[in-house]
Design a binder for this molecule. Structure first.
Ligand code: URA
Ligand code: ZN
Length: 400
């Protein structure tokens, strides 16, 4: 069947405009330029610890976050034909309302230009599989703190007109109160009406207390917030959308969940059972509306999952949650439906999780682990593996 088209839909960068925005700030998130070495990004409030010398605070932002040539080299090294790049967290969540629109324009234009420029000079060999010149696409960012939702809606509509844009990346805080906030209705409507895919990505994790207080990060580095805080944050955000009836009101909304949906595929049954047993919901005699559609229906209709889960059991949960019982019953037919209904794709989360120490120049274990899980999961079913590696993404994001 030849080598598959590989599309990476979970890969990040910080654009020049975004870096100048961060460089102009003195509170989190902000950057610091040390006398030597890469820029430091102080991204989390737990990073902004005055007892740590400023040149060691936060994380280094090297060229892998900034330089599109480095992205291209990473893609070639890992056999990726096409990347859909998104601005890394925390997007524009923190920005002063009156500045939100102009920064969103600049950053989204940066992304569009980066895609256009790189595609002009792409190596034709690396893009053979797409049979066209483009190898880089992007998800735009939204000015969510803008003084009124019209500004946000207009940016969704503008992004839709940019040739390399394939959706919008969004954090879980929405307009500051989470994604069950009614003020987001015009945003959901605009995304649905413009048929724009939303890439939902975590940033805030869980409160430090969940991990033993503020110094937990000092005890175990970023393991707890990244391994557990991130996936639970995504799970909570999308469950709040479900409970608030967002998918009832906007049944054609399409959402791609980062990190295989956090823990949503694993917990979907429990979430649905808790809904069925909630006395406060109208369906059970209470006076709160509660969701009309069940979580399995939403998972199979509105939600796509990436494959950034680093293991076969997680991938199995993602695939199982994206299919349904009928399909599972029908053997081979089920397999075809499952690969059509999900967007489980080989995301990398580049440039996060790089190889450390003397392995810096080699292949990225974070990427090869995901490849290995996909290979193992679809052992012998080349068609399904190829769909997950790139076919699903190319079709759903209309990459041709
Ligand atoms: N992956 C991300 O996308 N962002 C982080 O901050 C860490 C890992
Ligand atoms: Zn990511």
């Amino acid at each position: 069947m030849g080598s598959p088209l590989v599309v990476d839909i979970h890969t990040h960068m910080y654009t020049p405009a975004y870096m100048s925005l961060l460089g102009s700030r003195k509170t989190v998130p902000y950057t610091y330029e040390p006398p030597s070495g890469p820029t430091r990004l102080i991204i989390l409030s737990s990073d902004d610890d005055p007892s740590i010398p400023i040149e060691e605070r936060g994380r280094p932002i090297d060229s892998s976050y900034l330089d599109i040539e480095v992205k291209l080299a990473f893609m070639r090294q890992h056999g990726i034909n096409c990347s859909v790049v998104s601005l890394a967290n925390p997007w524009l969540d923190f920005i002063e309302p009156e500045e939100a629109q102009s920064w969103a324009h600049r950053i989204n234009d940066d992304l569009e230009n980066a895609c256009a420029n790189m595609n002009n000079k792409a190596d034709p060999e690396s893009i053979k599989a797409l049979h066209e010149k483009e190898t880089l696409f992007a998800f735009g960012a939204l000015p969510l703190t803008a003084p009124n939702t019209d500004v946000i809606v207009k940016e969704i509509q503008r992004v839709k007109t940019l040739p390399h844009m394939r959706g919008i990346v969004l954090g879980t805080s929405g307009m500051g109160k989470g994604l069950d906030d009614e003020r987001l209705n015009p945003i959901w409507a605009a995304l649905q009406d413009t048929d724009t895919l939303l890439f939902l990505h975590p940033h805030y994790g869980l409160p430090d207390e969940a991990f033993g207080g503020a110094d937990a990060t000092n005890r175990y580095g970023h393991v707890l917030p990244l391994a557990l805080g991130f996936p639970l944050e995504t799970t909570i955000a999308v469950t709040r959308m479900l409970l608030a009836g967002v998918f009832d009101r906007f049944p054609r909304l399409k959402i791609l969940l980062a990190h295989s949906g956090g823990t949503l595929p694993f917990l979907a049954g429990r979430i649905e059972s808790c809904i069925q047993h909630e006395r406060k919901f109208v369906a059970n005699g209470g006076d709160l509306p509660g969701p009309q559609r069940n979580v399995w229906d939403v998972l199979q209709t509105n939600i796509y999952l990436d494959a950034v889960v680093y293991g076969v059991p997680g991938l199995k949960a993602a695939v199982a949650a994206s299919g349904n019982a009928d399909r599972v019953l029908f053997g081979k037919v089920q397999r075809i439906f499952v690969i059509v209904s999900i967007l489980t794709v080989s995301g990398t989360d580049h440039p996060f999780f790089p190889p450390l120490g003397d392995k810096k120049d080699g292949e990225w274990p974070s990427v090869t682990t995901n490849y290995k899980a996909i290979k193992e999961m679809f052992d012998g079913d080349t068609q399904a593996a190829h769909a997950v590696l790139g076919g699903n993404a190319a079709r759903i994001l209309k990459l041709k």
